[in-house]
Design a protein around this ligand. Sequence first.
Ligand SMILES: CC(C)(COP(=O)(O)OP(=O)(O)OC[C@H]1O[C@@H](n2cnc3c(N)ncnc32)[C@H](O)[C@@H]1OP(=O)(O)O)[C@@H](O)C(=O)NCCC(=O)NCCS
Length: 177
Amino acid sequence: MKNEELKIKNYARGPRPVAVDKKNSIAVRPMGYEQLEAAAMLERVCFSRPWSLGQLAGAMEDPLIVLLAAVGEDESLCGYVGMYRIDGEGFIANLGVDPGCRRQGVASALLQALEATALREKLFRLTLEVRRSNAAAITLYEKNGYVSDGVRPGFYEDPVEDAVIFSRYFEGSIDGQ
Ligand SMILES: CC(C)(COP(=O)(O)OP(=O)(O)OC[C@H]1O[C@@H](n2cnc3c(N)ncnc32)[C@H](O)[C@@H]1OP(=O)(O)O)[C@@H](O)C(=O)NCCC(=O)NCCS
């Protein structure tokens, strides 16, 4: 699938498809219990310290956490994103895309759907940490309007590495003007 063919639409309006092309349709919507096992597998593929199935199930029950899933036409999980709401801002805790679904705009669609949630809930910014060496994610965030706020030296373990902090401020917030 060519990225230019991907059309992002309707992401602010709930469970209808948000990212569509003629051959492949992806919908972003709140994660369901039926996607938890696939999400736990994806955690293990994506991260050195993955969330367990139990942690993901706990997150589903936590009113402070938003979990969004990107699913294909066959209901398979292509990717997901998790965000904590804390004191009027959103912290993106995890964002992962199945290796077979990458470079097709899935992470971008998830971020855009999360931003629609943040705007609806009047959060003043979204923020996150990313490994300094994770060029793919850093490019993704920069392309989606996130700017670097600083570095947390030696923040990550397995292996030890600096974290770069990125934020996206929303219009009307102190820094978003
Ligand atoms: C980082 C990640 C989420 C990107 O997901 P994705 O669905 O492939 O991202 P998108 O298709 O929306 O990419 C949007 C843009 O980001 C950049 N990008 C994404 N992956 C890239 C890569 N491997 N190399 C360079 N740039 C990349 C590109 O600019 C891309 O646009 P393009 O394809 O038109 O060039 C995915 O690679 C992943 O799950 N990685 C492992 C987990 C991880 O690192 N999560 C982030 C933790 S903070």
